[in-house]
Design a protein around this ligand. Structure first.
Ligand code: ADP
Ligand code: ZN
Ligand code: MG
Length: 496
């Protein structure tokens, strides 16, 4: 869709402008039950089955805060370097929508759970930082399904299963300057949430949703321009395309002498454009007021610190450690830390192998390759990390050649057996033992007097023939380097 944006304003015009972007990201928390009732949050249940008087907003039903949701939100906020407020307040945000039976969302307004954080991530090799304005807790609405047809009329159905699912909203400062930067930031944010296991961040299931606030200004200007808010960015790819389009659209309007209207726009996937939806309502339209059915939310220092202590190592710290501790290249570090699960697998394999760099190659090459080919997740890998580490160690110690090890790995993957068992059963070890090899070498030399004569007469290439014969005699199990060395030594001494 870059061409869509290009058509609006040519590159030399775009170059005179700078984009200013702030994101509002909704993350669905991975609690088992909803935020104010005991209904399950499971995805894909038949419509309107995971509901009760509380999440249906029936009169008289009272919400009770889910402790687990608060814990996850606090951990998310801490990971985003926010200050967690000791007291925050839930607030009613009043609006009507068919998938919101209460007639209001329970969110936070003046006193959010946490504020003043930041996320650091890499952009083209340099560290960049985006400020986090606030992180607050809120409940989700249901879903309107525009999918029914009857008598050629279009029907909309409402599924309230999602009502009351816990969300956190993360609002950034307007610190982002390009679509690429927005993409990198969101990737980092997603990875942090996944490491914390506070959300699966599955965009297809709507567990991670992002709205983008966008304005443009002439490069060097100190004031921000008027912003628009673009909604419906339900994939990383769409986010990038929508931002590129909207930035170019705004530049074209300004170049035309026009003004940007503050409005909400929708990204239209089919046309690759953004279209005006409504001019931005102002906050007071929602008539926010403190939620009378819930007490203020108190997070004591002790509770907060317990939650902090229970947090895993986060992606940035893990990447830094993998570089310094294991001496891995940036690319390998990226791949191996993509998920916490993979990073932990690698570390266990590395420890068992005694050679992190080799272990990194095996994890990325053989293991990920085999999993992909088999359509399996790492969680159900037939080869445990310690088993892979042991295999790598066997190569390192010269018990197996690299080629044999690959065969052994394929069998480990197929059967789940450890390398040792397979090697033993199939007699697959590599012969590096000098005494054992010497016997075979002597036999080969004795059996081929003609070639021996040729070598002695100066035909050096015959060495390869002897190596081949030894490999054949040992069914490929001789260590080729050891064989070559032994042959050179033997052939150099006239005694043999
Ligand atoms: P509103 O009152 O319209 O909701 P806020 O000040 O609350 O605006 O900001 C909402 C989001 O918009 C934040 O992510 C913020 O970083 C971003 N934002 C604010 N001003 C601008 C601007 N001029 N250009 C781009 N993004 C902006
Ligand atoms: Zn319920
Ligand atoms: Mg706002």
């Amino acid at each position: 869709m870059a061409s869509r944006a290009d058509a609006l304003a040519p590159p030399e015009v775009m170059a005179r402008y700078e984009a200013v972007i702030g994101l509002e990201v909704h993350v669905q928390l991975a609690t088992r039950t909803k935020i104010f009732c005991g209904c399950p949050t499971s995805f894909g249940a038949p419509p309107n089955t995971n509901v009760c008087p509380v999440c249906l907003g029936l009169p008289g039903a009272l919400p009770v805060m889910n402790r687990r949701a608060v814990e996850m939100a606090v951990q998310a906020a801490l990971a985003l370097n926010c200050r967690v407020n000791p007291v925050s307040r839930m607030a009613r945000k009043n609006y009507f929508y068919p998938d919101l039976p209460k007639g209001y969302q329970i969110s936070q307004y003046e006193l959010p759970l946490a504020e003043h954080g930041w996320v650091e991530y890499e952009l083209e090799g340099a560290a960049r930082r985006v400020g986090i304005r606030r992180v607050h807790l809120e409940d989700d609405a249901g879903k309107s399904l525009h999918e029914g047809f009857r008598d050629s009329e279009r029907y909309t159905y409402v599924d309230l299963n999602r009502c009351g699912t816990p969300l956190i909203e993360i609002v950034t400062e307007p610190d982002i300057r390009s679509s690429e930067e927005a993409y990198q930031f969101l990737t980092e944010l997603k990875q942090i949430m996944q490491y914390l296991e506070v959300s699966s961040c599955d965009m297809e299931k709507g567990h991670l949703r992002c709205d983008a606030n966008i304005s443009v200004r002439l490069r060097g200007a100190s004031e921000f321009g008027t912003k628009t808010e673009v909604k419906n960015l339900n994939s990383f790819r769409f986010l990038r395309m929508a931002l590129d389009y909207e930035i170019a659209r705004q530049v074209a309007v300004l170049e035309d002498g026009g003004r940007i209207e503050q409005e909400t726009r929708l990204y239209d996937v089919a046309s690759g454009t953004t279209v005006g939806m409504r001019t931005k309502e102002h906050a007071h339209d929602y008539r926010y007021f403190p939620e009378p059915d819930l007490l203020p939310l108190r997070v004591s220092d002790a509770w907060r610190e317990r939650l902090r202590a229970a947090m895993p190592e986060l992606p940035a710290a893990k990447r830094a450690r993998f570089r310094s501790e294991f001496g891995l290249r940036d690319y390998d570090v990226e791949v191996l830390t993509a998920s916490r699960e993979l990073a932990e697998y690698f570390e266990r394999a590395a420890a068992a192998s005694g050679d992190p760099v080799e272990a990194s190659k095996w994890v990325q090459g053989e293991l990920l390759g085999a999993l992909k080919a088999a359509g399996k997740d790492l969680a159900v890998s037939p080869v445990a990390p310690e088993q892979l580490g042991e295999l790598v160690a066997m190569v390192r110690q010269g018990h197996l050649s690299g080629k044999m090890a690959k065969e052994v790995f394929a069998k480990m993957f197929a059967t789940g057996e450890p390398a040792r068992v397979i090697v033993e059963r199939e007699g697959l070890r590599q012969i590096s033992d000098a005494g054992e090899l010497e016997r075979v070498v002597d036999e080969v030399l004795a059996a081929n007097p003609k070639q021996l004569e040729q070598y002695r007469a100066g035909k050096a290439t015959v060495l390869g023939f002897f190596v081949g014969q030894v490999m054949k005699a040992t069914r490929g199990q001789a260590n080729p380097q050891a064989v070559q060395e032994l042959l050179r030594r033997k052939l150099a001494s006239p005694a043999s």
